[in-house]
Design a protein around this ligand. Structure first.
Ligand SMILES: [Zn+2]
Length: 116
């Protein structure tokens, strides 16, 4: 096993241990609820959190309930780690290809080495 195989195997192991994630960004938004007697209609809009994500290049949003905010933060955070690991695994796969020595050439090389 090459050092690239070793690094890729390690990254794959870490990827398998990743926690739930979401490929979206968490954004704080300010909203007015529509009630004309609510304080938001004058000066203080309500604060809410949404996740924004893309589907076929279109940005979509989904409301994040307050009681799930901490959990959703972790999902967003975890995706950064997942993305990093995916990049690492892909990089090592490419390195394996670039450094590959065909079996026939490897045999020829080891014969030459043992003769000298
Ligand atoms: Zn309101």
């Amino acid at each position: 096993m090459s050092r690239f195989d070793v690094r890729r195997a390690a990254a794959l192991k870490r990827l398998a241990r990743c926690r739930p994630f979401v490929t979206a960004s968490l954004c704080r938004v300010r909203r007015r609820c529509g009630n004309p007697r609510c304080r938001c209609s004058r000066d203080q809009p309500h604060q809410a959190y949404v996740l924004t994500y893309k589907v076929h290049a279109k940005t979509k949003t989904v409301h994040v309930p307050k009681d799930l905010l901490m959990e959703v933060r972790r999902w967003v955070q975890e995706y950064r780690q997942v993305k990093k690991l995916i990049r690492e695994i892909s990089y090592q796969s490419l390195a394996i290809l670039r450094h590959h020595v065909p079996a026939s050439r490897a045999v020829a090389r080891s014969r030459k080495l043992s003769r000298s």
